[in-house]
Design a protein around this ligand. Structure first.
Ligand code: AMP
Length: 432
């Protein structure tokens, strides 16, 4: 099925999709929507970038509209649990975009901000509540929220929620849910503990799996630069001499590392901001807005802070350090090459990280083009001439128009002023 109308979605939703510029369903949408409309529980093995948010938002909105009912006071008809504040906000925004003009109340509840506004929103009653587990448990314990009105329960990014230690709050929340409900369970990976949790919570689910790790990695042009650890910062600055690198996410392993790298870039003339768990909600939102709007060329992030963040037109992902877990590499490089576009991922690999690199190549089944810059003593690079990235186009602009606008700077990178590392074999080759 290659159009939304054929999937059986209500007319107002199909019009909203037209406005947003989603012309046809992504594979997970085509597979999940009919089953969810039929009321089935679902396990989705999918990562961000596959269109999974709309895959669950659309059928839920359809069913809410088909069965209109007053939002239950102190509760919500739909409860979505998400690991991070950013992802929770994004999910709520997708629900708002898809239900524009419809009389639905949608709110987000997460930690790090005052309780007042959240308490008010809950008291009125909600159609859709997106929450991080910890803060929702606070509201349950304080008697501010109850879950008696929940008809649809979505657990998103379950593997990350468990990594963050949310299993107890999740169980606490599930205990309060009505027995009769539709359950949706999404995880990028499905190790046995997560599968057991799904078996516990879901009834006779159908399972859909999309975009295996190797496939996502395949769409991104990947390169590795072997470099001595102390030379990494200079190397990073050198990479930013390429003006085609107009909107780059730089990953570090630690929060302090993120701060240090952002400072080093800034001092070298590259506008950079750090985003990680120690930043306040306000700081995180301002950093994201500056990056989206083009005021910052680089966003330096840890895995947890960046996962699930959906920013259009990211030209490059740079792994300042390789992640400890190979799957995180796939999540990282998935920040570029979104919505069918291409992107470039460059990993700085110190000699001590060679094992991590081998793990990544094994997982993605790709041998990544590598250049060896170890022992390179050269002088520290001269500062970069500041030039901000173009702003991210309006989210509501049609997809086609957006890809045209954003295609330009990336293609330019492969033409006239190619940096030395671009001479590397252009695309990673599959390992046979
Ligand atoms: P998600 O996996 O939900 O994070 O979605 C990844 C990106 O794909 C988001 O920017 C969505 O707006 C976009 N997207 C989702 N569904 C579609 C679609 N059917 N057509 C085009 N873009 C889509």
């Amino acid at each position: 099925m290659d159009n939304f109308l054929a999937l059986g979605l209500a007319a107002p939703l199909v019009s909203a999709l037209g406005r947003i510029g989603f012309a046809k369903p992504t594979p997970i949408q085509a597979q999940a929507i009919p089953a969810l409309l039929a009321g089935r529980d679902l396990i989705g093995v999918a990562q961000t970038g596959t269109g999974k948010t709309a895959a669950f938002a659309l059928p839920i909105l359809h069913r809410l509209l088909a069965n209109p009912r007053r939002a239950p006071q102190g509760s919500a008809r739909v409860l979505i649990l998400s690991p991070t504040r950013e992802l929770a906000s994004q999910i709520a925004q997708s629900f708002r975009d898809l239900s524009q003009g419809l009389p639905l109340s949608i709110a987000v509840v997460f930690g790090g901000v005052p309780h007042g506004a959240q308490i008010k929103a809950l008291a009125r009653g909600l159609d859709v509540l997106v929450a991080t587990p910890g803060r929702l448990v606070d509201h349950l314990d304080n008697g501010v929220a109850n879950l008696r009105g929940v008809e649809y329960f979505v657990l998103d990014e379950v593997d990350q929620m468990l990594d963050l230690g949310f299993i107890k709050p999740i169980r606490r929340i599930v205990r309060d849910l009505p027995l009769k409900r539709q359950n949706l369970f999404f995880s990028a990976t499905m190790p046995s503990d997560i599968r057991r949790l799904a078996a516990e919570l879901l009834r006779n689910p159908i399972e859909v799996a999309v975009t295996p790790a190797a496939k996502t990695a395949d769409r991104v042009e990947q390169r590795v630069i072997l470099v001595d650890e102390p030379r990494k910062r200079d190397m990073l600055v050198e990479l930013f001499k390429d003006q085609a690198m107009s909107r780059a996410i730089v990953f570090t392993r630690t929060k302090r590392g993120a701060d240090r790298v952002a400072k080093a870039l800034d001092e070298a003339g590259v506008d950079a901001l750090a985003i990680h768990g120690n930043k306040s909600q306000g700081q995180r939102e301002r950093a994201l807005a500056a990056f989206r709007g083009g005021a910052a060329r680089a966003l330096v992030a840890t895995d947890i802070a960046a996962r699930g963040i959906d920013i259009d037109g990211v030209t490059h992902v740079v792994n300042f350090e390789l992640p400890e877990v190979a799957e995180a590499y796939v999540h990282r490089i998935g920040r570029t090459a979104r919505a069918g576009r291409e992107g470039i991922a460059i990993s700085l690999c110190a000699p001590s990280d060679r094992d991590l690199l081998r793990g990544i190549e094994k997982l993605t089944r790709l041998q990544i083009a590598t250049v060896d810059r170890r022992g390179h003593k050269g002088p520290a690079p001269s500062p970069v001439v500041r030039k901000a990235a173009p702003p991210t186009p309006n989210r509501a602009a049609p997809r086609d128009a957006r890809s045209r606008k954003q295609g330009a700077p990336m293609r330019a990178s492969r033409s006239a002023r190619r940096p030395w590392w671009a001479e590397l074999q252009a695309r990673a080759v599959p390992v046979v």
